[in-house]
Design a protein around this ligand. Structure first.
Ligand code: PLP
Length: 341
């Protein structure tokens, strides 16, 4: 039995999801004539209480489009030092938008309103880049699946309004945050100028991301998506997976969270584990004793059919997901408990 815990993106579409693809009605989405894509976009815009939504092939492209829409070349955006837009989008912020990032030294990928206020460049000081956008991520990926306090997000919103800054949410795993914090999509829709969500993480689709915003922004996003090469044709087959996933794979995310928290408990009882970051959702980041080489640890698990990845600095990451079954979970806990160095 192979147990793949490197990411929640490793899931494969179930029979039922594949059936929803086979039965999807499709058309040419570049002409906005794919009824299934239109249905998914309407459904998600309504869920979040925002005007409009647009389907994209990847979360990176949704974030990059949002950044392009909110900035001009030479501008600066503010994000945490762990942000996906800064660390894991190939330098797209500068490549696509000619924008730099001011990084906040936050906690687990999150910062507070005071830190934000200090990071804003004075608008009349023309020597420094113009601050035009604030990006936050919920849950945080490199921060170990941590969830923002919504009151902090509201304070940050006010600062954005007072300083005429746009406010973007990288909500690749917003589904996990909403389940954990018992929140609704509208709680977020009322706060942000734009939101990107992923369908191919916890929700288990093979691909797909959606940008949600005002009518005006989404109209402009259509052109940016085209420029980036993200205009796809009969892509209702993928949108059908998204509709299926929202109806069937959203509420079950709490199972992934429970299993991650059981893994946390087990790791905390092992003598060679130095520290486990508190688990909030489906990501477990932990540090092993420096006397044990992390490659050795990973290889030892690999030999038993278990795949996990390194985050550098002797830190390792485990992500639970839709295809990680109870049987796999019990087998994995047993293997962990029996590990010896
Ligand atoms: C996965 C992810 C994205 C988008 O990644 P793609 O692989 O391009 O879909 C964006 N932000 C965060 C926080 C992510 O984890």
């Amino acid at each position: 039995m192979e147990i793949n815990l490197i990411s929640d993106t490793v899931t494969k579409p179930s029979k039922e999801m594949l059936n929803s693809m086979v039965n999807a009605e499709v058309g040419d989405d570049v002409f906005k004539e794919d009824p299934t894509v239109n249905e998914l976009e309407d459904k998600i815009a309504k869920m979040f209480g925002m005007d409009s939504a647009l389907f994209f092939p990847s979360g990176t492209m949704t974030n990059q489009t949002a950044i392009k829409l909110h900035t001009n070349p030479g501008d600066q955006l503010i994000c945490d030092k762990y942000a996906h837009v800064y660390n894991y989008e190939g330098g797209g912020v500068s490549f696509n938008s000619g924008v730099s990032c001011k990084l906040i030294d936050g906690n687990r990928g999150m910062f507070n309103n005071e830190q934000l206020i200090k990071a804003i460049n004075p608008p009349d000081f023309y020597h420094s880049p113009k601050t035009s956008l604030v990006c936050v991520e919920n849950t945080t990926n490199k921060g170990g699946g941590a969830c923002w306090n919504i009151e902090e997000l509201k304070s940050i919103k006010n600062t954005c309004l007072e300083n005429s800054l746009s406010y973007h949410l990288d909500g690749a795993r917003i589904w996990n945050a909403m389940i954990k914090m018992n929140q609704s999509p509208k709680d977020y829709g009322s706060l942000f100028d734009s939101i990107s969500v992923c369908l191919s993480k916890g929700l288990g689709c093979p691909s797909g991301s959606v940008l949600i915003a005002s009518n005006d922004l989404i109209e402009r996003a259509l052109r940016v998506r085209k420029i980036l090469g993200g205009g796809m044709r009969q892509v209702g087959y993928l949108a059908a997976c998204g509709i299926y996933a929202l109806e069937n794979n959203f509420l079950r995310l709490s199972k992934d969270h429970d299993r991650a928290s059981e893994i946390e408990k087990t790791l905390n009882n092992l003598s060679f584990i130095k520290k486990v970051e508190p688990v909030e959702t489906n990501i477990v980041i932990f540090e092993i004793d420096s006397i044990i080489n992390s490659d050795l640890f990973i290889n030892k698990l690999n030999e038993k059919g278990i795949k996990i990845i390194s985050m550098g600095d002797n830190k390792l990451r485990i992500v639970t997901h839709l295809d990680y079954t109870e049987e796999m979970h019990q087998a994995f806990l047993k293997i962990l408990n029996e590990l010896k160095f």
